[in-house]
Design a protein around this ligand. Structure first.
Ligand code: ATP
Ligand code: MG
Length: 292
């Protein structure tokens, strides 16, 4: 599809599943105008040279590696399992989970060595195979296409190797994690061949910049506060800004206003310390985009 005679790059996102809503939200917040109807297979953007394909997440790494699409959004777990050649370009800070081996509670399986000789059910055959080989373990891999967590209760396997995020599903099935293979989050990925083509790489760079600025902004808050002038040095040391915080004198000569950004992860801790150091009137706002 062409807009004003311009060629477009293509991105594949999950049609229906855990990453779908987050992907649509991310693309919309990046300023793209497109149809996000459920059950749609394809949509063009009205204001950016990008076409969106809605497909199953298992197909995304291969579509990208084969050049059917130029970009994709998919979990690292799927990329690792499929062992295809794609370039991870932006970590997206959502879709957090871990691939873990979990065993029935109360079983005598407590560490990796206990896995020797057992049957492990999984949809992540390649990742499990690699882990067992690397750790010199010998176990039977029972490859399933889904609902792996019920395998031990049906005596199909002794334990499972599956994705865990909150651990609720495992708990409901009376399973407890024994070993973590790796952590995973969603990534924007690209076909390395597309990055070699000038017109494509230019669009991909513009798109990636938008996505990166959103991910950065979501990780940070804008903080404004008033501080006694004599406490300013102490307060600045607590809130390292992008470069350094902005300090504005107030009408009351013994007070200044401090503006800065604080990372979401350490946000509450910083605010508590700021209050202790004498900060008052602390205002916090979300940041929409952050271009560094
Ligand atoms: P599809 O039908 O597209 O093949 P699926 O059932 O294989 O979907 P989902 O369960 O929707 O996949 O999970 C998609 C991705 O979301 C996983 O590959 C993983 O990266 C991530 N994920 C898995 N579990 C969670 C979770 N509980 N919370 C957040 N992200 C998760
Ligand atoms: Mg899938």
């Amino acid at each position: 599809m062409k807009i004003n005679g311009q060629k477009n790059v293509k991105i594949a996102i999950q049609q229906k599943g855990r990453l779908s809503e987050k992907c649509i939200e991310l693309l919309e917040q990046a300023g793209l105008d497109f149809d996000s109807y459920k059950r749609k297979l394809y949509a063009g953007c009205r204001n950016f040279p990008l076409d969106i394909l809605y497909i199953r997440d298992d197909d995304i790494p291969e579509y990208v590696a084969d050049g059917i699409v130029d970009l994709g959004i998919v979990g690292e777990d799927v990329i690792l399992e499929q062992q295809v050649k794609v370039k991870k370009i932006v970590p997206l800070n959502f879709g957090f989970c871990a691939l873990s081996i979990a065993c029935p509670k109360g079983s005598a399986i407590n560490n990796p060595k206990d896995l020797n000789g057992l049957k492990i059910a999984t949809t992540y055959r390649n990742c499990l195979k690699k882990y067992l080989k690397r750790n010199n373990l010998k176990a039977d891999i029972i490859e399933l296409s889904g609902s792996v967590e019920v395998a031990p209760s049906l005596s199909v396997a002794d334990c499972v190797c599956d994705i865990i995020s909150t651990g609720e599903t495992m708990k409901e099935n009376n399973l407890a994690p024994v070993v973590k293979l790796f952590d995973s989050q969603a990534f924007l990925i690209a076909d390395p061949k597309s990055l070699e083509i000038k017109w494509k790489s230019e669009i991909i760079e513009r798109f990636a910049m938008r996505i990166e600025s959103l991910v950065q902004a979501r990780k940070t808050k804008y903080v404004m506060l008033n501080a006694p002038r004599q406490a300013v040095d102490k307060i600045i040391a607590m809130i390292p800004g992008v470069d350094s915080p902005t300090i504005v004198p107030l009408a009351k000569s013994d007070m200044v206003a401090v503006h800065s950004v604080v990372e979401e992860e350490i946000f509450w801790e910083v605010i508590e310390n700021l209050k202790k150091a004498g900060a008052t009137g602390i205002l916090v706002s979300p940041i929409e985009k952050m271009i560094i």
